[in-house]
Design a protein around this ligand. Structure first.
Ligand code: NAP
Length: 269
């Protein structure tokens, strides 16, 4: 980055692990200061120290549980109080609630929607006006291939919430691109992170062949390049781009039949 370029700041949710941690590193490498948020403060502090030391960036951390409806406003308030303006927003925090829809208490389903949908929309809503005003904004919303193909049994609200995030990103991108505010839905397939340990599906998904797995660093790099290029939807990896393409152009009844059969490998139903 040339010396005269303004130093920009990226807010990354779910930065304590996996794709979020990898995206934070890419932004730091590309010359952004950072605000990192997640629930595990010790992880955030360790990452912040590492990024400060390796890239000389200013890195702040905010511990927050996005299942708390008050969290997005508090995060934005703390950032403003510190005199920081957010130029890039990465809505990444997320997890899955596997199994039959009624097997999990409503509160767990509600919390997931709060993290994966409401917090995404609210953080965007609160930070977008400043980006529009300053005529610079980059928003990455982490969706999933699960939001682009017909839903399987098990994980009922996961794919649906990712479909919403993708549609939402598209609208924001089309509304604000002329103001130099780009939004990209990045939709990965299976990626090596803590995701499947957190939802206790590691053993089951380990049966999937190696070629179906991406690494978080590749997803993060592709996410950064996609948003900087103004791409509206980006599916990392050639294999998953082909899956999405086939799912779009194959008759729905046939895709559903395939999903029903194949998803037994990676879904608890
Ligand atoms: N891994 C995959 O196969 C895959 C595929 C497609 C899409 N994705 C999406 O990628 C995103 C990142 O997931 P990942 O694979 O990197 O999983 P991960 O390694 O488990 O990381 C998830 C991150 O989200 C944060 N998070 C979870 N619940 C939170 C809450 N209530 N409040 C605040 N932060 C919370 C976690 O931090 P704390 O626990 O410290 O709060 C962690 O930093 C998610 O949106 C996921 O749906 C993953």
């Amino acid at each position: 980055m040339p010396d005269s370029a303004p130093v920009r700041t990226a807010l990354v949710t779910g930065a304590s692990a996996g794709i979020g941690q990898a995206i934070a590193e890419v932004f730091a490498k590309e010359g952004f200061d950072l605000v990192l948020t997640a629930r595990r403060g010790d992880r955030l502090e360790a990452l912040a120290a590492d990024l400060r030391q390796r890239f000389g960036r200013r890195v702040a951390t905010i511990v927050a549980d996005l299942a708390d409806p008050a969290a997005p406003a508090r995060i934005v308030g703390e950032i403003a109080a510190a005199g920081i303006t957010v130029d890039a927003l990465v809505n990444n925090a997320g997890y899955g609630v596997p199994g039959k829809f009624t097997d999990t208490p409503w509160e767990a389903q509600r919390d997931m929607l709060q993290v994966m949908v409401m917090a995404v929309a609210e953080l965007t809503h609160r930070l977008l006006p400043g980006m529009i005003q300053r005529r610079y904004g980059r928003i990455i919303n982490i969706g999933s291939v699960a939001g682009l193909v017909p839903q399987s049994a098990g994980h009922a609200l996961y794919g649906s919430s990712k479909a919403l995030v993708t549609g939402f990103s598209q609208s924001i991108a089309l509304e604000w691109m002329p103001h130099n505010v780009y939004a990209t839905a990045v939709c990965p397939g299976f990626t090596y992170t803590e995701f499947h340990d957190v939802n206790h599906m590691r053993e089951q998904v380990s049966r999937l062949p190696k070629f179906m797995w991406m690494d978080a660093d590749t997803v993060a790099r592709e996410a950064f390049e996609a948003v900087m290029a103004g791409r509206i939807i980006h599916v990392p990896g050639r294999f998953y781009r082909m899956v999405v393409f086939l799912a779009r152009y194959t008759p729905r009844w046939l895709v559903l039949a395939v999903v029903k059969r194949v998803s037994k490998t990676y879904r608890r139903t």
